[in-house]
Design a protein around this ligand. Structure first.
Ligand code: COA
Length: 415
């Protein structure tokens, strides 16, 4: 079966997490992704957080599936020449170097347009134009600058970062969307363009609802669905809401049977307005259905703490899976707190290809997250990440370099 991005060639000049997330996704959609790595060293993540000495780390392997790897010293004239050949041949150059690094290599936008006007230049940077545009940025900096950390955590604690890599992988997803849009526009204009996804902007986009609440707070000086209401105080910016849903449907994380010893024996419970009578029935408080204090969503906002305390008395008598089974029968929205161990073992995620076992020549078998986006006419086959420079000769030969050229480049340590 054909793939959505068959025929699209990506010059993957990315490293660490944000850029590689983007190019991995494009590879899963069928693009030919050629990862250019520094000769002798490669992507720094190959050697970071290693669990097996001398073997590519899971950090690297899990972000670089379905790609080809070539080594190239782009600071040597011969390496620059090969890079130019790649720019002429490819449709998209994806990079996430520190600001200015590509220009210092001589790969300016003007240069790219001169040698390949159809090329799309896609970049991740920490910040867009402004006071921080020259800064190097990693995940947690983006979470802090994008509004996530100030709105995550509990009211009486410090700002908190989240385990979901919204700054790196989140920005990679944004960049991939921009690239696909630019490829589509190119089919009509014939021209490439620059695509920029700053990490601060991507995180802010994911925190959109908090900017919504900021403006509601400024108008009404309170946020009724936040845990600070009705007893606590609101300041002039959106507070941290703990585990409250913060949306139109109040929710909370509640203990389940076994919580004393199992750190993940919890369930997320949402008291959706439509199923309030069912909630009352399940927990044995049928009187609450007609009780004025609890009858309407508006009235319940004044009593969320006692309501969730009462529901928790019920969830503590059930395991999270028993509670799920009962609540699902009533269409009450809820979700178990799953550990990574439970997720890794989940048969349904294996069946859909979201958790995949991959075999690697030096590492052996390992688990990874496959393509979370399912296209009915473009299925994803996850193949292992390349060894450093595994495809150097293959790619250079395809670009028209002879065996003598390649031998000479090897001697000069260009590749
Ligand atoms: N051949 C020769 N030189 C190469 C090369 C190659 N194949 N590949 C990279 N280099 C050089 C670059 O030209 C640059 O050199 P210069 O600084 O002399 O111009 C150098 O390697 C290092 O690049 P840099 O991006 O500065 O790496 P770093 O390790 O110092 O910084 C980041 C890492 C992630 C902080 C930085 O790249 C960054 O801020 N990126 C943008 C935001 C981002 O994506 N962050 C999230 C990462 S998950």
């Amino acid at each position: 079966m054909s793939k959505a991005l068959d025929g699209v060639k990506i010059l993957d000049f990315t490293h660490v997490q944000s850029g590689p997330t983007c190019t991995q996704l494009l590879a899963w959609f069928g693009a030919d992704v050629i990862k250019v790595e520094r000769a002798g060293e490669g992507d720094a993540t190959r050697g970071q957080l290693r669990d097996i000495p001398g073997v590519d780390s899971l950090y690297f392997t899990m972000l670089n599936h379905n790609k080809r790897s070539i080594t190239l010293d782009t600071k040597k004239p011969r390496g620059r020449e090969v890079l130019d050949t790649l720019i002429k041949e490819c449709d998209v150059l994806v990079e996430n170097f520190a600001p200015g690094a590509l220009d210092r290599m001589g790969i300016t936008w003007e240069h790219i347009q001169k040698i390949n006007p159809r090329m799309i230049l896609a970049s991740v940077k920490g910040f867009g134009p402004g006071p921080y545009e020259d800064c190097k940025v990693y995940e947690n900096v983006a979470q802090c600058a994008g509004g996530s950390a100030s709105t995550t955590g509990f009211d009486d604690g410090p700002p908190m970062v989240t385990g979901a890599q919204i700054g790196d992988s989140g920005t990679g997803l944004h960049l991939a969307t921009g690239i696909i849009a630019a490829l589509y526009q190119r089919t009509m204009t014939g021209r490439g363009q620059k695509v920029l996804a700053p990490m601060q902007d991507a995180v802010l986009n994911l925190c959109r609802v908090k900017l919504r609440d900021q403006q509601r707070l400024e108008r009404t000086h309170t946020l009724h669905e936040y845990p600070q209401y009705p007893d606590g105080k609101f300041g002039d910016s959106v507070p941290r809401a703990g585990n409250s849903s913060g949306g139109g449907q109040p929710g909370s994380i509640l203990k389940c049977k076994g919580w004393e010893t199992d750190p993940n024996a919890y369930i997320y419970f949402i008291t959706q307005a439509a199923v309030w009578p069912a909630v009352c029935k399940v927990i044995g408080e049928e009187d609450w259905i007609e009780d004025e204090a609890y009858k309407t969503p508006q009235a319940r906002l004044l009593h969320l703490k006692p309501i969730f305390d009462r529901i928790e008395k019920w969830t503590m008598t059930k395991t999270k899976y028993e509670a799920m089974d009962i609540l699902n029968k009533y269409d009450i929205p809820c979700g178990p707190i799953l550990s990574m161990k439970e997720i890794a073992e989940e048969p349904a995620l294996r069946a859909t290809g979201t958790i995949v076992e991959v075999d690697h020549p030096t590492r052996g078998k390992y688990l990874t997250v496959g393509n979370p986006i399912k296209l009915s006419d473009s299925p994803t086959d996850v193949t292992r990440s390349p060894l450093l420079g595994e495809h150097t000769e293959e790619v250079l030969t395809q670009l028209g370099y002879s065996a003598d050229d390649i031998a000479q480049m090897r001697q000069e340590r260009v590749i």
